[in-house]
Design a protein around this ligand. Structure first.
Ligand SMILES: [Mn+2]
Length: 323
């Protein structure tokens, strides 16, 4: 048995109160992983695990089994000391926002992640920068513990893989990913059902909002750079919720000439959230300059500047990378 996995198992056995955190603006990996480990803890260790999210819970993932377990961080007692706090897919502690204190306070803090920029902020750190998603790390842990994975958990892990590999197409899609997917299908997961539930249930307004943002994209450097801006007034015009912006940056990257694509979103006055994607260029150094992190071809940051200024600063930085 893997030593770290064993240590985690022993700590779970000892713990009476357990909380599992997803990162702010949760995606399919952090939510699928959260449910997967929470459900496994309840099934095999016979103890309660609280599944907690921070920010807004995207409705698109409501097809996930036991999705209604998710509690907003604001509904839990922030002064409580948990025996164990587990962060899944949380690149840095501050991505738990108001949950960070609970995480730090827990008797045992566990950090399970696949972001290369993760510094190992937990008492137990299970980090694999080469893993396609956290779901695949959890799968390995459960296998190592020799636990049978029930269909509900297999479905959660499948969503982790599906979303973090962009539907089995990013660089991270290794033979191991397909082996995992094959096993999950064997456990009862329907790829057709999960794909439709995940990608083909957008509200009409979302489709129109995304088309609007894409059509207003500005291209630079012979089309190698694509930058799209989303202001708060754009959001309110379409009654858009946060999840409406998901996937747009990947659409920009579909342009043949594009090397680097970015979406800049005005979150609140003076704050601009950036999602950046590239085909061959490592974008981590770019977002690191703005205090962000992520993966080689998919990263993000928040620039504490009004969107117009953030746009120019980021554009300059991206252009310098192309030279
Ligand atoms: Mn992830």
């Amino acid at each position: 048995m893997n030593e770290l996995y064993l240590k985690l198992k022993q700590q779970i056995e000892k713990a009476e109160s357990i909380v599992v955190f997803s990162h702010v603006n949760p995606d399919g990996d952090t939510l699928g992983s959260n449910l997967a480990i929470s459900l496994m803890i309840e099934k095999y260790f016979k103890k309660k695990a609280e599944s907690v999210y921070v920010g807004t819970l995207p409705n698109v993932y409501s097809y996930l089994p036991s999705f209604d377990r998710f509690k907003n961080v604001q509904s839990i007692d922030l002064s409580k000391q948990y025996d164990m706090a587990i962060a899944v897919d949380v690149a840095s502690k501050d991505r738990m926002v108001s949950g960070t204190g609970i995480f730090e306070n827990a008797k045992c803090s566990v950090n399970i992640d696949h972001h290369k920029t993760n510094i190992g902020y937990g008492d137990i750190n299970i980090i694999d920068g080469d893993a396609a998603c956290v779901g695949i790390i959890l799968y390995k842990i459960f296998k190592d513990w020799e636990l049978e994975i029930p269909k509900e958990v297999a479905r959660c892990i499948y969503t982790s893989v599906l979303t973090d590999t962009g539907g089995f197409k990013y660089e991270s899609t290794t033979p191991e990913v397909f082996m995992l997917a094959a096993d999950l299908v064997r456990l009862g997961v329907s790829p057709t059902y999960e794909f439709r539930a995940c990608y083909e249930t957008k509200p009409q307004a979302m489709v129109q909002f995304q088309a609007y943002v894409v059509s207003n994209t500005i291209f630079y450097n012979e089309g190698k750079i694509a930058f799209a801006k989303i202001t708060r007034s754009d959001m309110s015009k379409f009654n858009a919720t946060d999840d409406y912006t998901e996937g747009i940056v990947e659409v920009l990257r579909t342009s043949k000439a594009v090397e680097i694509a970015a979406i800049l979103k005005e979150t609140k006055e003076g704050y601009t959230k950036v999602s950046i994607r590239s085909k061959t260029i490592d974008v981590i150094p770019i977002v690191m300059d703005f205090g962000g992190g992520g993966h080689t071809f998919a990263a993000g940051c928040t620039i504490k500047k009004p969107i117009v200024i953030a746009f120019d600063k980021l554009l300059q930085r991206v252009q310098s990378e192309l030279k």
